[in-house]
Design a protein around this ligand. Structure first.
Ligand code: FES
Length: 295
C-alpha cells in the first residue's frame, strides 16, 4: 500500500482538468496541441492537451487524458494546474520535482509519474513549435532499456536533474530497468560515470575554494573576463556542435546571467545544460561561488 499525501488522493478522487480540448475553427487566436508520452503496453500513458494563446505565447488551458495509477492521475492533474497561465518558456522550466512538490511529495517508486508529466509538457510544446522529435536530445544516443525505449542521454538527464545516486532510483524515476532487468548493468555504468564526473567537479571546486582562501580575490573585471574566456573557449564550441549556443548577459557579484540560444533554449535538458555543464565549468574555472541563471 502506497503512502500517498492528501493532495494526491484529492486529485485522484476529483481530478482537475481531465479530458481533451476541442479545436474551435472559428477562433484563430488560439492553437490546440497535444503531447503524448508512455504507452499503455508499458503501464502508463499520458496525453496532455494545451490551448495556446498565440499572440501571448501562453497556455490558456491545459487538460489531460491518462492511463495509469493513482499518482499518474494526480501528477497529470497537478501539472495542468501548474502550467495554466504560464508562457511556453516559463512552462518549459517546470520540472518533475515541481509536480511532486505541488502534490506534497510522491512515493519514490512513483516518481516516474511526475517525470511523465514533465515530458508530456515538453512534447506538446516541441510539437507546437515545430521542433522535430528527432532533434530532441532524449531521442539521440544509444538505446539502453529496450523494454521501455529509454536512451542513454535520457537516463543521464534524469540522474543529473534529480541528483539520483542508485540504480533503483533510476528505475523509480524513469522505469528503465523495471522490466526484464537486462539493462541494469548498463544503468549502473551510466550512474557511475555521472557520479565520477560530479566528484571530479567537486574536487576542482574545493581546490579553487582553497586557492580563493589563500590568494587575492578576483576583481569584478577579472571575473567577467575569465567567465567570457571560459564560455568562448570551453563551453560555446561544445554547445554549438549540437545546434545550441550561449551568451553572457550580465554578472552581478557571483550571479552570472546567460542567454541560451538555438537548440539550447528549447532543449529538454536546458536545466542540465545550465547547471550541469555551464555552472559546473565556470565554478571549476573561475569561482566556486558562481550561480548561473538564464535570462
Ligand atoms: S531492457 Fe531495461 S528492463 Fe528490459
Amino acid at each position: 500500500m502506497w503512502d500517498y499525501t492528501e493532495k494526491v488522493l484529492e486529485l485522484f478522487h476529483n481530478p482537475k482538468n481531465q479530458g481533451l480540448i476541442e479545436k474551435t475553427l472559428e477562433n484563430d487566436s488560439v492553437a490546440v496541441v497535444f503531447g503524448e508520452v508512455g504507452s499503455i503496453a508499458c503501464g502508463d500513458a499520458l496525453r496532455l492537451h494545451l490551448k495556446i494563446q498565440i499572440a501571448q505565447d501562453s497556455i490558456l488551458d491545459a487538460r489531460f487524458q491518462t492511463f495509469g495509477c493513482t499518482s499518474a492521475i494526480a501528477s497529470s492533474s497537478a501539472l495542468t494546474e501548474l502550467i495554466k497561465g504560464l508562457t511556453l518558456d516559463e512552462a518549459l522550466k517546470v520540472t518533475n520535482q515541481d509536480i511532486a512538490e505541488y502534490l506534497g511529495g510522491l512515493p519514490e517508486a512513483k516518481m516516474h509519474c511526475s517525470v511523465m508529466g514533465q515530458e508530456a509538457l515538453e512534447a506538446a510544446i516541441y510539437k507546437y513549435r515545430g521542433i522535430p522529435l528527432d532533434s530532441h536530445e532524449d531521442d539521440e544516443g544509444a538505446l539502453i532499456c529496450s523494454c521501455y525505449g529509454i536512451s542513454n542521454s535520457r537516463i543521464r538527464r534524469i540522474i543529473i536533474e534529480n541528483e539520483l545516486t542508485t540504480t533503483e532510483q533510476v528505475t523509480n524515476y524513469v522505469k528503465a530497468g523495471g522490466g526484464c532487468g537486462s539493462c541494469l548493468v548498463n544503468i549502473d555504468d551510466i550512474l557511475a560515470s555521472v557520479l565520477t564526473e560530479k566528484e571530479k567537479n567537486i574536487e576542482v571546486v574545493t581546490e579553487i575554494a582553497h586557492q580563493k582562501d589563500t590568494t587575492k580575490p578576483l576583481t569584478n573585471l577579472q571575473k567577467i573576463t575569465l567567465i567570457q574566456q571560459v564560455l568562448e573557449q570551453e563551453i560555446r564550441p561544445f554547445l554549438m556542435a549540437d545546434g545550441g549556443d550561449v551568451e553572457l548577459y550580465d554578472v552581478n557579484g557571483d550571479q552570472v546571467l546567460v542567454s541560451l540560444k538555438g537548440a539550447c533554449d528549447s532543449c529538454s535538458s536546458r536545466n542540465a545544460t545550465l547547471k550541469g555543464a555551464i555552472e559546473t565549468r565556470l565554478r571549476a574555472k573561475v569561482s566556486p561561488y558562481l550561480i548561473v541563471e538564464a535570462v
